[in-house]
Design a protein around this ligand. Structure first.
Ligand code: HEC
Length: 138
């Protein structure tokens, strides 16, 4: 009787370890997936549109550059909600993200006025802003 109790206790203990192990594993996978996918997607859209924008600027095609830059501004609204894996200073991240948006807005204005020099200089500032954020947070 006593050893049967011991066996039951061992079985219960063993299975709770297995359950705890499985659920923490599931939790880790679960908490990474949906949000990470969303932010991957937001950033890869920004990356693609940025290429489109630069190419259009090279060709002095301000219409397409303007469309690309508008898409970037719309997508950039998602950046503040990113879950950070590297450097979790969220306050600094949000400042970086706001600074980025300001640079993109300056570029939009330059594109609207069709000023190629202003657009080129604004475009360099935007790219610098991408680089700075990636250096700290990507
Ligand atoms: C405020 C911070 C911030 C700014 C500004 C920023 N990025 Fe990112 N970027 C990130 C972070 C963080 C990741 C990693 C996201 C992840 O995968 O979870 C990333 C990932 C990427 C990726 C990889 C996307 C993928 O497939 O996962 C590309 C491409 C990219 N950024 C391009 C750009 C370009 C181009 C700009 C500027 C026009 C830019 N980013 C501006 C923070 C930023």
């Amino acid at each position: 009787m006593k050893s049967a109790n011991l066996i039951i206790i061992l079985i219960l203990f063993g299975s709770s370890v297995v359950i705890a192990g499985t659920s923490s594993h599931k939790h880790a996978v679960h908490s990474v997936n949906p949000e990470m996918k969303k932010q991957h997607l937001a950033m890869s859209t920004i990356g693609k549109q940025w290429k489109v924008c630069k190419k259009a600027l090279d060709e002095k095609n301000f219409k397409d550059a303007g469309i690309a830059v508008d898409t970037i501004i719309n997508k950039s609204a998602d950046i503040n909600n990113f879950k950070l894996h590297k450097n979790r200073d969220k306050q600094q991240f949000i400042e970086q993200s706001n600074a980025f948006r300001e640079e993109v807005i300056k570029l939009t204005d330059a594109i609207k006025t069709g000023d190629a020099d202003a657009a080129e200089s604004a475009s360099n500032s935007v790219e610098e802003s991408c680089r700075q954020c990636h250096e700290k947070f990507r």
